[in-house]
Design a protein around this ligand. Structure first.
Ligand code: PGA
Length: 255
């Protein structure tokens, strides 16, 4: 049985004070849903304060990116050991980072290794563009991203990895992938992982769907066997919506 995981990706939202106030309000609301892993990913500026405010609660903290370098002359970057001990998760390969920061599959693989080497759990994001979807290339494209991101990651390390399928055209647009399409890609991701690592690793891997997830469509996605949770942008910025998403995940998965 895989533990469902709902992660809120705040992107470039909320100041330090807003972040702390938000998690203080959110934590007691999410507390009852112990069968769901609940993660918030504030900006770097707010990570330490959010982690402090959440200490002693079951809500976990994630970062939105990490450098693959250990230290050095990399202005603006955050090294994995700066996050180790502060956060449990780190989002890697978000399509906005691929697009705006020019992150490549090769770099994302390096970041995944760096995270795992420092005890951070990567949430590796993959997903196709609308053009690729319309050209019928979604599955092979996502397959290439998954295989590249996982290069040389061991079966043992895979226990720490989460994969998030986020079709680019569905992120922040209000357009969401149909449940059938999302389930097909998530099933394909699991079959790729089965091909590389075998049944046990594939069966244990948690795969999230992301892209305009909201209370109104959450149950549909969570009804899919291969979708184990969600990576949520917009709806994670509101306490009520985020709470409802976690509640619906618990309900759908019977946890
Ligand atoms: P969205 O963002 O829920 O606002 O579409 C999801 C994401 O980018 O992780």
């Amino acid at each position: 049985m895989r533990t469902p995981i709902i992660a809120g990706n705040w992107k470039m939202h909320k100041t330090l004070d807003e972040s702390v106030a938000f998690v203080r309000e959110l934590a007691p609301r999410l507390e009852p849903f112990a069968g769901v892993e609940r993660v918030v990913c504030p900006t770097f500026v707010s990570l330490a304060a959010a982690a402090d405010a959440l200490r002693g609660t079951p809500i976990k903290v994630g970062a939105q990116n990490v450098s693959h370098e250990e230290k050095g002359a990399f202005t603006s970057q955050i090294a994995p050991d700066m996050l180790a001990g502060l956060v449990e998760y780190v989002i890697i390969g978000h399509s906005e980072c691929r697009q705006y920061l020019g992150e490549t599959d090769e770099l994302i693989n390096k970041k995944a290794h760096a995270a795992l080497n420092h005890g951070l759990k990567p949430i590796i994001a993959v997903g196709e563009s609308l053009q690729q979807r319309e050209a019928g290339e979604a599955l092979p494209f996502v397959e290439r991203q998954v295989r590249a991101a996982l290069a040389d990651i061991s079966a043992e390390q895979m226990a720490q990895v989460v994969i998030a399928y986020e079709p680019i055209w569905a992120i922040g647009t209000g357009l969401n992938a149909s449940v059938a399409d999302a389930a097909e890609v998530c099933g394909h991701i699991r079959s790729i992982v089965r091909d590389i690592y075998g049944d046990a690793v594939a069966g244990a891997l948690r795969i999230q769907y992301g892209g305009s997830v909201k209370p109104g469509n959450m149950l549909d996605y969570m009804g899919a066997e291969d979708i184990d949770g969600a990576l949520v942008g917009g709806a994670s910025l509101k306490v009520d919506d985020f709470t409802t998403l976690v509640e619906l995940a618990a309900q759908a998965k019977g946890v």
